[in-house]
Design a protein around this ligand. Structure first.
Ligand SMILES: Cc1cc2nc3c(=O)[nH]c(=O)nc-3n(C[C@H](O)[C@H](O)[C@H](O)COP(=O)(O)OP(=O)(O)OC[C@H]3O[C@@H](n4cnc5c(N)ncnc54)[C@H](O)[C@@H]3O)c2cc1C
Length: 398
């Protein structure tokens, strides 16, 4: 293990991989650490991503695409369905990935660009000199080794501790911590290219339940509910079991996972002296959908580009690195996080009756582009009376 790098990246998920790949491509000596023995496992994800989002960072490759998606269905509490179709015939609006392979491909790209990759290597503490983060203590097989770096990028996911060790409050309010359970199921009678979302306070309080096809008769069937609703008999897994029992009684569970998704606002600041925070660790998941793969790649890449500039100028102070925070926050990506947080806060107040009415107002939406924003705009157009509160939020949807 080398004792000094330009950049240390903590975490081998999509955020860390994009950070390491970008920095290595731009010539920084870069090291990516992953505490688990293998990249990409266990998968804690429903693996859905929009086509445009994916192609911004990687060329779609059949090796990590489980299913192409061209349609989505929203199911109201009373069973009414709203079908979201793409107006562009034959278009793929998204993919369900195989993240075991996808995450490995991303990290392999970072390695090919020249980054060192260390698995089964955990950052256990930051190195801090005169208030400036300048590396980390790495633990491998019970042995601790200090490794210095000009900048550290904390891309250590939802369970992130690195930023907290550096004195940053990363607490997610229980209400905004989605607790999730998911089964990979086979033997299902499903539409192979349609993602299905089930809404309602009985089925998934303050969250939703999803069925994301994985090819053939296989799908990720999962649920996220607010941490505040989780209690004995009403845990995410309890809701999921009830759903699976009635909807897919013949299905077989071949994998089970649990996980968390932060659907709060992003951290108030994602840069400090010598430190940048990206992906779930920065709480930049889309609060409405819970999607965070693209968000992690977006912030990971931007964080690395900022580190490259700061290191080349010999200034890794919070002021210099703060450019990263300003850039993502003022971008359309950053603005959409705040807007979707407001929409999420509104949607969780809706009764099942209101959700039914919303879905009944439009049983089919043909959209050029499948974005959340376009769906909300269409629903607002069709429900001027039903959702005046949403219009009042001044979401800039005009
Ligand atoms: C049930 C569920 C379903 C989801 N479905 C979707 C979906 O369909 N689409 C979507 O876009 N998003 C989804 N998400 C969210 C998505 O999985 C995350 O937003 C995304 O993985 C974030 O990437 P990341 O790189 O920030 O973090 P992660 O992918 O979590 O990677 C962080 C890595 O850091 C490692 N690590 C942590 N601490 C240390 C340490 N101290 N030292 C070394 N390594 C460390 C971890 O082991 C981990 O591998 C889902 C999440 C859950 C839980």
């Amino acid at each position: 293990m080398k004792s000094k790098y330009d950049l240390l990246v903590v975490g081998g998920g999509p955020g860390g991989a994009l950070a390491a790949r970008t920095a290595a491509e731009k010539g920084l000596s870069t090291c990516l650490l992953e505490k688990r023995p293998a990249i990409g496992v266990p998968v804690r994800c429903a693996e859905g991503i929009g086509k445009e989002a994916l192609v911004e960072y990687v060329k779609p490759n059949p090796s990590y695409i489980s299913a192409e998606i061209n349609r989505a269905e929203l199911v109201a509490p009373d069973g009414t369905s709203l079908i979201l179709e793409s107006r562009v015939v034959g278009s793929k609006v998204g993919y369900v990935l195989d993240r075991k392979i996808f995450d490995r491909c991303l990290v392999a790209q970072a390695a090919d660009a020249g980054a060192d990759v260390m698995v089964k290597t955990r950052a256990v503490a930051p190195l801090i000199t005169d208030g400036v983060v300048n590396g980390a203590i790495l633990e491998q097989q019970g042995k601790n080794t200090p490794v210095t770096a000009d900048v550290v990028i904390a891309a250590d996911g939802v369970e992130s501790k690195f930023a907290r060790w550096c004195g940053i409050d990363t607490t997610v309010p229980v209400r905004e911590a989605m607790t999730c359970a998911q089964y990979l199921m086979t033997g299902l009678d499903i539409e192979e290219h349609t993602t299905v979302f089930y809404l309602g306070n009985e089925i998934a309080p303050n969250g939703y339940l999803w069925v994301f096809p994985k090819g053939g008769r296989t799908a990720n069937v999962g649920i996220g509910i607010s941490g505040k609703n989780s209690r004995a008999g009403h845990r995410a897994k309890d809701y999921l079991d009830r759903f699976v029992h009635t909807r897919f009684p013949e299905g077989k569970i071949i994998e089970q996972i649990v996980g968390g998704v932060p659907v709060c606002k992003p951290l108030p600041c994602t840069a400090a002296d010598g430190l940048l925070i990206a992906g779930d660790a920065a709480r930049v998941v889309d609060p409405l959908t819970g999607g965070g793969i693209y968000n992690a790649m977006y912030t990971g890449k931007l964080a690395a580009e900022t580190a490259v500039n700061a290191i080349s100028r010999g200034n890794v102070s919070k002021d210099a690195l703060g450019n990263y925070d300003t850039m993502w926050r003022t971008s359309s990506f950053g603005k959409s996080l705040y807007r979707n947080w407001q929409i999420k806060e509104y949607f969780i107040t809706l009764s099942d009756m209101k959700l039914n009415a919303l879905v009944q107002s439009a049983t089919t939406l043909d959209l050029e582009n499948f974005s959340t924003l376009n769906i909300i705009k269409e629903l607002m157009k069709r429900n001027p009376g039903l959702i005046p509160e949403l219009a009042m939020l001044k979401l800039g949807l005009g």
